[in-house]
Design a protein around this ligand. Sequence first.
Ligand SMILES: [Zn+2]
Length: 435
Amino acid sequence: MTKNVKISYGLSAQGFSFADKKILFVSDKNIWDNCAKFFPADFLKKNHKNLILENPKADEKNLKKITAALKNCDFILALGSGTINDLCKYTSAQKNIPYAIIASAASMNGYLSKNASITISGHKKTLPATLPTAVFCDLRILKAAPIRLTKAGIGDSLCFYSCWFDWYLSHKILGTKFDKKPFEMLQKKMDFFVKNFAKFSLRDEEFLKILIEILLLSGQGMTRAGGSYPASQSEHLIAHAIEMKYPELAEKNLHGAQIAVTTLTAARLQESLLTSSALSNLGQEILKQVQDDGVGDEIFLRRHPELVSGSLATLQKFFGKKIAQQCQTEYDQKLELIKKSKTPNWIELKKHLKKIHLNDASLREIFAHFKIKTSAKSLGLSNEEYQACVAYAKFIRNRFTCLDFSNIFDVIESSKHSKGITFKSYEEIRKFFAN
Ligand SMILES: [Zn+2]
């Protein structure tokens, strides 16, 4: 862990001092109401200014409020998790004023990542931000956080294996860059967690310490990789597709709660790649057809309708015009890479991926132990709606993942591996959304 991270029980009781800094303290009313008792009684008085936001969102309106409050201050001290952290680290970058964060929940991996997720004109954007000068993790505060936030943190941690799988797959098939260091930094802790989860409960201090360390290292890994690659692959693409298709639903669901559901789908798809001949046979076929520009083959076209030019119409029907246009740009970039790709050694590749993969059954056991919901319904979606988001997820970014093989699993998923969520053919999905 980096030097600027402090993790201990009761850390906030003494308050925090930053030499002669004029501190703007930023928090969320619900969070402050829940945590005030853990700080010294005169904590707010000692700050130069306090800004307690009511039900804030990470958007322009709240950025303006923080910027206005910053007048005559030269340091931001934040208490919060996802939203407050994003707002403060982005403002810090914009105004060139340092910030430190007191984590209010072990709910997400953004404390040590250099990006902020901000909604600008109604669109969620990933924007460059700064790293905090310090992260304070008071286990007493993490323990008092609403339980659903800790569950979300577990969800966002367990995509570790599927991200590793996907990023490596892309590297071997498309020749995209890959850095194993972010995974090596975390592997020991993740493996320990996967092996020992049954010993822990959600309010366990020892467990919260492990979880927050995992989340911090995950953010650090993204910063090292210069992008979200080690912590956001197929499972995050599905979640983003849900957010793009059903923005009002996505606002209600915690990010990590979505990732718990989508990580299971990713794990099943990856398992299919490993256990069927798909990766060597059909996978090869997909690559070859696109490489040869052989999209004139009628049978192939029927099986891979998304490769037909004009698939924009399909995307438009699903996401609407504006998002469909963005999707096509992203997907075209990926197709260019697929065309140039070289044939990997499939046997070697499978062997390596098998070592990385954490299967659906193991993940389910962990989620069940912590009572984390894993159905599409828990996200407010019917199975059909969820399946459609899975099917369209590969179009939304130029990232190459196991989802790029998803259409060859129509049969496999709907027969032996299916556990409530099945993949449908594009034809069925199209019909569904046409109605
Ligand atoms: Zn995430």
